[in-house]
Design a protein around this ligand. Structure first.
Ligand SMILES: Cc1ncc(COP(=O)(O)O)c(C=O)c1O
Length: 375
């Protein structure tokens, strides 16, 4: 049997929506993007949403809005995709890594304060796998020290914790619509915020700082634009937005289906003493982006090889960022400085997890993974 790592959820409804854009005059950022942004802001319970062409772009814009630059420090987690730290580097600032909680893999809020220096400007928590960090505690720390919070919610659109969604306690939250995400259009992203000045700035900064977008310029008759700030080319196209609009309506249903699959995986692996899974906290609604198992670190790569031989698509989320060549070289990091993250980074295997998994595939996955992870 061959089980792909991921299969998207696009339906005829999405294809029709995309076809409408393809048959229209306007392929780039226009009305379809605006429609999606309004719906997304409502879904997230935030005042504003601005789409961009990746979560990487979203994180970069958010950091840039707060003027984070050379000499500044930003506290984040090493248990994330490299984009989180890279965007801090893009700004000329230094990522400072806090270790994570052993049971969830999320940034350990109790380890943040000891890393704060006069250079610290912001905290970038990552809602790993779809479960939110302890935002209440992180907000308290940020307020006490006058820091901004930019949430990396690439994994977490549907999540909630203590009654709070991403973007509701942070100053901005950044999302990904990358090919394998719960809400996917190939490449795409968004930022939510609740402040009108931020919103206006983001709209300009995603399109070179221009005072008028292409849609504004061509909607009635040509109008000159000015360049008000140094922005970037980060806008999302109508083509991409057309694929997201109807998927958003189906997102909670997909989440329910993934919840049922997660329950079957949990039960299927519960009697295997060599498989651990990240804890799902009682007060949290998990967005169920990724299903990851934690196995003996010395054997992880062998198990991955065997799973692939058995036709199972797998991924690693994530090997720790601070031990990537670039960061090791630049900052002289050594193995052992962030032991909890490093252990997770050496133990983790992500298995296929999407609504289109059939009963037979789920059963095969459980049986094969149990057969392979044996000591
Ligand atoms: C935690 C995290 N942050 C940021 C990103 C970057 O997202 P994008 O690929 O949309 O730039 C990813 C991508 O997978 C991610 O997993």
């Amino acid at each position: 049997m061959k089980i792909e790592f991921y299969r998207h959820n696009l339906t005829q409804e999405d294809k029709d929506s995309c076809q409408k854009v393809l048959d229209s005059l306007f392929l780039t950022t226009g009305e379809t993007v605006k429609t999606f942004e309004s719906k997304f802001a409502v879904f997230m319970g935030s005042k504003y949403a601005v789409t961009v062409n990746s979560c990487t772009a979203a994180l970069h814009l958010a950091l840039a809005y707060f003027g984070i630059g050379k000499g500044d420090e930003v506290i984040t987690t090493p248990m994330t995709f490299i984009a989180t730290a890279n965007t801090i580097e893009y700004c000329g600032a230094t990522p400072v890594f806090a270790d994570v909680e052993p049971h969830t893999g999320n940034i350990d809020a109790s380890k943040i304060e000891e890393l704060i220096t006069p250079k610290t400007k912001a905290i970038v928590p990552v809602h790993l796998y779809g479960q939110m960090c302890d935002m209440k505690k992180i907000r308290e720390i940020a307020d006490k020290h006058g820091l901004k919070i930019i949430e990396d919610a690439a994994h977490c659109i549907e999540g909630k914790r203590d009654g709070i969604k991403p973007g509701q306690l942070g100053d901005m939250a950044c999302y990904s619509f990358y090919a394998t995400k719960n809400l996917a259009c190939g490449e795409g992203g968004a930022i939510t915020c609740n402040d009108e000045d931020m919103y206006d700035w983001l709209l300009k900064a995603r399109q070179h700082g221009m005072s008028k977008s292409a849609a504004d310029r061509y909607s009635v008759r040509y109008q000159h634009y000015d360049m008000e700030l140094l922005g970037f080319k980060y806008n999302l196209s109508n083509i991409a937005a057309s694929l997201l609009i109807h998927q958003l309506d189906r997102l909670e249903d997909y989440l329910h289906q993934k919840e049922l699959i997660a329950t079957r995986f949990n039960e299927g692996f519960s009697s295997n003493a060599f498989i651990k899974t990240p804890a799902v906290l009682a007060d949290s609604k998990h967005a169920r982006h990724l299903y990851t198992i934690w196995v003996a670190p010395g054997k992880r790569d062998l198990y991955m090889q065997k799973m692939q031989e058995a036709g199972i698509g797998i991924a690693v989320n994530f090997r720790v960022v601070h031990l990537m060549h670039f960061y090791k070289e630049k900052y002289g990091y050594k193995k052992g400085i962030l032991p909890v993250s490093e252990l997770i980074g050496d133990s983790t295997i992500t298995i296929p997890f999407y609504p289109k998994l059939s009963d037979q595939e789920i059963e095969y996955l459980i049986a094969k993974v149990n057969e392979i992870v044996i000591a």
